[in-house]
Design a protein around this ligand. Sequence first.
Ligand code: FES
Length: 234
Amino acid sequence: MIDVDIYRYNPETDREPHMQSFFVDDDFGKRMVLDVLEHLRESDPSLAYRRSCREGVCGSDGMNINGKNALACITPVTEAAGSGKLILRPLTGMAVIRDLVVDQNHFFEQYASIKPWLINDSGTVDKELHQSAADRAKLDGLYECIMCGCCTSGCPSWWWNPEKYLGPAVLLQAYRFIADSRDTASGERLGALSDHFSVYRCRDVGNCSWVCPKGLNPMGAISDIRRTLLKTSL
Ligand code: FES
């Protein structure tokens, strides 16, 4: 049997959070963490977590799995737990709503603040905006972000300054538009990031790039923003 410890907290009935132990058959070792949760919820429908696509695409089942933020649907049980127990906690740095469900409102408000859409004021909105293969390649490693929040949740700088520092996921998304040759608002976008906190509160800890379930490099994107800001200020 595999021992599974899960963070439980229901604000309507619990005075404080606690860990609850479950056991699943050894066969679950070959499956994904989300399969374990789905199985356990059959016997305990009160167990709360988010999930949707089950394919590592929607980003809704980010959680802390044996100390590392990850997506439950693409994390094999044996990879996370080894020969020990599986330990599931909510994403760090975000208020818990219930069990493994965290409040991501602030995270998505910060996302909205960077205007995550293409801005083009060239007057060609009714035509295709062509892009060279080289310019298109600049978006690789950026457009794949699914906003699961695993990186931002693992960032100590964001824990300390969530109101002023945008965090790695939002900054990677910001750079995705700054780097886009079709976008004509890069000056405005960079100007909005040039204060002491929005970008510069990054301390290069690197947890973001370590945990990203898509293998992206948010810390590299933040460095690219800082480099671009430096160039534009010279
Ligand atoms: Fe969609 Fe895991 S359920 S990313």
